[in-house]
Design a protein around this ligand. Structure first.
Ligand SMILES: [Zn+2]
Length: 198
């Protein structure tokens, strides 16, 4: 498949960038993934824009932006909410897939100060996927090997949807894979977040 060929190339270039040891990390616990993604993000953006994160929430629970229907970023209190479902589901693929979810929600927080996509549409969602890819690739001391990248890609594919016209449309499976891969490539080739502007 074309997509997997592209992924292999990407894994090789990320491996090259980080030196000679593309050793697959053990499966990290959700807590370790959250800490890892957050410490990476803080290194990139300093403390200027690190939202609070509340994770392992339950659907229906009350959050600061109303009842929690799914993982989201609440602008008003500058907080990312991650539901227990959004931990369980990506973990069926592995810890890298979970890291992508955290980075995606974090990207929504970044879309405000950096004047990325406004409002809510699948374009904003795909941009968040792309930004997530950039963040993942920039986290220090982490090597995303082929298996990790495949985890991210298969999970992005799984959560794509065809609900065109719905306010919950996040992009098709293909579009979501493409967006996160563009982001990961951009973090390797130095284009960074500018590759994600729509
Ligand atoms: Zn989103």
């Amino acid at each position: 498949m074309k997509i997997f060929k592209a992924l292999t190339t990407l894994a090789i270039s990320i491996g090259t960038l980080f030196g000679t040891l593309p050793v697959h990390a053990r499966e990290w616990s959700p807590k370790a993934v959250v800490d890892g993604v957050y410490s990476g993000i803080q290194k990139i953006h300093a403390y200027r824009a690190t939202p609070r994160l509340i994770w392992n929430t339950v659907r229906g629970q009350r959050g600061n932006c109303g009842p929690i229907r799914g993982s989201h970023y609440c602008t008003r209190v500058y907080t990312v909410y991650i539901t227990n479902r959004d931990i369980r589901m990506p973990y069926q693929h592995g810890h890298a897939a979970f890291a992508y979810i955290i980075a995606h929600e974090y990207a929504h927080a970044m879309q405000t100060p950096y004047r990325f996509g406004r409002g809510r549409s699948y374009i904003t969602e795909l941009e968040a996927d792309c930004l997530a890819g950039v963040y993942l690739g920039l986290i220090p001391n982490i090597v995303f090997d082929n298996k990790d990248i495949r985890e991210i890609a298969t999970f992005a594919h799984r959560i794509g949807d065809y609900a065109w016209g719905s306010e919950y449309h996040h992009g098709t499976p293909k579009q979501r894979v493409k967006a996160v891969v563009i982001g990961m490539k951009a973090s390797v080739n130095g284009k960074g977040v500018s590759a994600c502007r729509v």
